[in-house]
Write a protein that binds this ligand. Structure first.
Ligand SMILES: NC(=O)c1ccc[n+]([C@@H]2O[C@H](COP(=O)([O-])OP(=O)(O)OC[C@H]3O[C@@H](n4cnc5c(N)ncnc54)[C@H](OP(=O)(O)O)[C@@H]3O)[C@@H](O)[C@H]2O)c1
Length: 282
């Protein structure tokens, strides 16, 4: 495992597992599987409706809380009552603290919610703060109006959309990218690009491992999602080889500047109306 020191001097593993679109049982199994195969970073969110299961998986793994790096995200419907929402999130995850807490989407009262997150940092309930799906202007505004700099920005990032402009800005504030859809959500057109087939052959790795290695060498944190125990095992075996500068450059040529998912302003507004009972999850 490799680690990055964040702008608040805490460290974060560069690879973990994501739990988006996992039913509670699937998330619990994936978390146990990951933690027993060398992972320490787990990413979830209020909106995934599997935080209770992630908490059960952490306990069932036999790992201590300190051995695990846990990130989760507040959903916009929770922003107006963020202090309570943080308590409820801690309860669902069955933990005393969250290592990294994100605002999930840039809509609604996100300044108010961020301030509540800062209070949670001061109270020791949260260690680091992050923003998810915020663009450069939105990140700048949060930094201008608040005290604690965000340490991690979680955005869609993969070889077809490497977030070059955002990363140049993040260097200025010492923040790093956590890549969502690091494997393009499993898109075979991306995973089977020739460059990955060739490098996989050269290094005796899978195409997915080459892509994940490209991410960590680009300075990204990766959280590939997987319900498949072989993939879970493989996705962490990316620290025993290195791509050359030429190979990194070769991969950068497949950038298409296209993303798989982009929320328009209207879609973001719609997220405010999605307000499930998060405590009702299994
Ligand atoms: N902040 C946000 O708005 C946001 C949005 C989306 C996602 N996320 C986070 O990012 C994480 C990753 O995104 P994602 O899971 O949607 O996409 P992803 O990691 O890019 O791709 C996951 C897909 O790739 C497949 N896969 C995983 N490992 C593989 C391997 N070694 N070989 C071949 N296929 C493999 C998985 O199938 P199998 O199950 O069969 O392995 C799954 O279908 C999420 O779980 C979530 O934590 C955040």
């Amino acid at each position: 495992m490799e680690y990055i020191t964040l702008n608040n001097q805490t460290t974060i593993p560069t690879a973990g597992i994501g739990t988006f679109l996992m039913e509670p049982d699937e998330a619990q199994n994936a978390v146990v599987n990951a933690l027993n195969n060398g992972y320490t970073l787990i990413d979830t969110a209020n909106a995934y409706m599997n935080e209770k299961a992630v908490g059960r998986g952490m306990k069932a793994s036999g790992k201590t809380r300190e051995e695990i790096y846990l990130s989760t995200k507040l959903w916009p419907s929770e922003y107006m009552t963020a202090a309570n929402a943080i308590e409820a999130t801690l309860k669902r995850l069955d933990t005393d603290y969250i290592d990294l807490l994100f605002l999930h989407q840039p809509v609604g009262d996100y300044f108010g919610a961020y301030k509540a997150m800062e209070d949670a940092v001061k109270a020791g309930k949260v260690k680091s703060l992050g923003l998810s799906n915020f663009d450069i202007e939105e990140i700048k505004e949060v930094i201008d109006k608040t005290e604690i700099k965000p340490a991690v920005i979680q955005v869609e990032t993969h070889p077809y959309f490497p977030q070059t402009e955002l990363k140049t800005y993040l260097d200025e504030i010492g923040a790093v990218v956590m890549a969502w859809y690091p494997l393009g959500h499993g898109d075979t057109a991306l995973v089977n690009e020739n460059v990955f087939l060739e490098l996989a052959k050269k290094y005796g790795k899978s195409n997915a491992q080459i892509i994940l290695r490209w991410h960590v060498q680009s300075g990204n944190i990766v959280i590939p999602g997987s319900k498949n125990s072989e993939h879970i095992k493989d996705n962490i075996q990316i620290f025993d080889f290195s791509l050359t500068v030429d190979e990194m450059n070769q991969i950068s040529t497949i950038n298409k500047n296209t993303r798989y998912y982009y929320a328009t302003k209207e879609m973001l507004e719609g997220y405010l109306n999605f307000a499930p009972d998060f405590d009702a999850q299994k």
